[in-house]
Design a protein around this ligand. Structure first.
Ligand SMILES: *Cc1c(COP(=O)(O)O)cnc(C)c1O
Length: 398
């Protein structure tokens, strides 16, 4: 925090992302240092004893605490409006820990069906192996949430907007239903980004990010974070993380916390381009439907406006000609790359049916509307006119 800051006027998020969490060393470095250390030396045996007893909150071992990670955690917690945060080695480590740390055999978990593939694997395959029953629902259908939740429901897991069809789930309504049976709501907020959606404000209990996506935003390293109340993070999540080991490296934490400095600028610029490109592709005759939460023809546009302050950096669209049409389009792109990442400075197209959603059965893909002509586009930081020309040119090849 700047020294002369008057705490009566809260700083705006963009300012907090530049300053929060930096606890300068005696050198007074301007930029955040990387503390590439596994362990910490104690001034005396008594000090070591006190540290292990938890009588002071200094660091013990980098598997569960390191100054560079702490800077990252405090900064993202400030953006999210969370009491506390715990950094993890990847987004999946965050999802796994957020769920596994709070359930035991006999518990029940409900999740929306349209999930990132590995999240679906945890819900459908892993949790049941340990005696946790799981139910998948169509996230947009509140009656299904009501029917699925019951007194044993310990946690509810939601991703909105969903991947890749950008369906929106009413977070406030799902939280009310879940809280009615005493379940915790865990939100995977990757697609919305912390800039455009604040699940904790809408009633959620825990938020997770794959920091690999927009928080890094430049394709360099994996990382994740779990955010929530001090009680959840320290009493439930920390013991699980401490003893299972998916710790983020201090170097990667440094990359990610520097990413937070530019997150607002990047995400807003990417979303502005995404909005323009969604309109450009929607008007093209080779496009059957364009899906972008910011478009008035998005089926849940009213809900989008209620719970999001921006519309995200990803759009999807279906081209004519099925898989062959989609492949002709992708192979004709010059600037936009074919990859499966998102949130990057580089614009990326993905063909979900043959890559990220390949593992699913045809029935599952049908249920999610992942058709053979569907393309997901993660809009980067290139000039929007160049992206538009690239897209329209390639659509001409469909
Ligand atoms: C990428 C992603 C994850 C997993 O994150 P990793 O950092 O790749 O482990 C989880 N959820 C969503 C929505 C994602 O996009």
């Amino acid at each position: 925090m700047p020294k002369d800051h008057n705490m009566e006027t809260p700083l705006h998020p963009a300012t907090q992302m530049i300053h929060t969490g930096l606890d300068r060393s005696p050198f007074g470095e301007l930029s955040e240092p990387i503390y590439l250390t596994q362990s910490f030396a104690y001034p005396s045996a008594e000090a070591a004893e006190a540290r292990f007893k938890g009588e002071d909150d200094g660091f013990v071992y980098a598997r569960y605490g390191n100054p560079t990670l702490k800077t990252f955690e405090q900064r993202i917690a400030a953006l999210e409006g969370a009491e506390d945060a715990f950094a993890t080695a990847s987004g999946m480590a965050a999802v796994n820990a957020a769920l596994m740390s709070q359930v035991e055999a006999g518990d029940h978990v409900v999740a929306s069906r349209a999930l990132f593939g590995s999240c679906l694997y945890i819900i459908e395959n892993l949790l049941p192996r340990f005696g946790v029953e799981t139910t998948l629902v169509d996230g947009g259908d509140l009656d299904q949430w009501r029917a699925a939740t019951r007194p044993e429901t310990k946690a509810v897991f939601v991703e909105t907007p969903s991947n890749p069809t950008l369906e929106i789930i009413d977070l406030a309504a799902v939280c009310e239903i879940a809280h009615g049976v005493g379940a915790r709501v865990v939100v995977d907020n990757v697609f919305a980004t912390p800039v455009f959606q604040r699940p904790l404000k809408l009633g959620a209990d825990v938020v997770i990010y794959s920091a690999t996506k927009h928080i890094d935003g430049q394709g360099r390293c994996l990382g994740g974070v779990v955010l929530g109340s001090k009680r959840f993070i320290r009493d439930t999540l920390e013991p699980y993380m401490k003893h299972t080991g998916a710790a983020l490296s201090p170097f990667n934490a440094w990359v990610l916390l520097k990413g937070l400095e530019t997150l607002h600028l990047r995400v807003r610029a990417q979303a502005a381009s995404a909005a323009q490109l969604a309109d450009d592709v929607a008007a093209h005759p080779a496009v059957i439907r364009a899906i972008y939460p910011g478009r008035a023809d998005h089926p849940q546009h009213e809900l989008v406006k209620k719970q999001m302050t921006g519309y995200g950096t990803v759009l999807s669209f279906e081209v004519t000609g099925g898989q062959a049409g989609a492949f002709r389009f992708m192979n004709a792109l010059n600037v936009i790359l074919i990859s499966n990442n998102l949130g990057d400075a580089k614009s990326i197209v993905t063909h979900p049916a043959t890559t990220t959603h390949q593992r699913l059965t045809q029935d599952q893909r049908d249920a999610l509307n992942v058709t053979d002509g569907l393309i997901r586009l993660s809009v980067g930081l290139e000039d929007a006119d160049d992206l538009c020309r690239d897209l329209l040119n390639a659509l001409g090849e469909v």
